[in-house]
Design a protein around this ligand. Sequence first.
Ligand code: CA
Length: 229
Amino acid sequence: MARTILVVEDEPTLRETLAEALEAEGYQVVQAGDGRTALARFRATHPDLVLLDLMLPELSGLEVARQIRTESSVPIVMLTARDAEVDKVVGLELGADDYVTKPFSLRELSARIRAVLRRGESLGTPLPPLVELGSVKVDLAGHRVLRDGTEVPVKPKVFELLAFLLRHPGQVVSRDQLLEQVWGYDYPGETRTVDVHVHWLRTAIEQAPNRPSIVQTVRGVGYVLRRPA
Ligand code: CA
């Protein structure tokens, strides 16, 4: 069955372009040109994903996102005009799943949409709020890593990488899979990014980062997380 995407954008030309491009990729598209209509259409159609412009008449994109989040965990991808808005958007309390900054290419946007939809499908094993890895405790709700009771600073992407691996314990994942699932990239390459983040992750959680026992390298394939016995 086709997935439904609610496209919320007040600029008609852009909205139509987005709708056509997404329909060409096999999605069903519902459109809204302002915040109030967006909420009404959201409630009426239960879309699989919401593509949400930040600057909207009637109700702002932030307000729409906030309302939707009180009712649903549907993936939300925000469209923002400036990088400066990004902090607000991907903000913790807002709960947008991803964002693209205008101007964007349709190719990039569609890659983000696919990645967000896939992420929803492949969430893997549900986790308790606190996971123990030997002397390391991972506070998933608080996005913190504690080592022998002391907080270890980790970059947000490193934490996301850890959370992803924790949801797929014992499963060998390739660098490209990690790029796609954690970074939302739809194309191979850039695997150095993964290696660098794995290095930071090991520094944070391993007793001996050069001889890792938790995040292990599978030569020629990728990485696997082994939980200490
Ligand atoms: Ca707008």
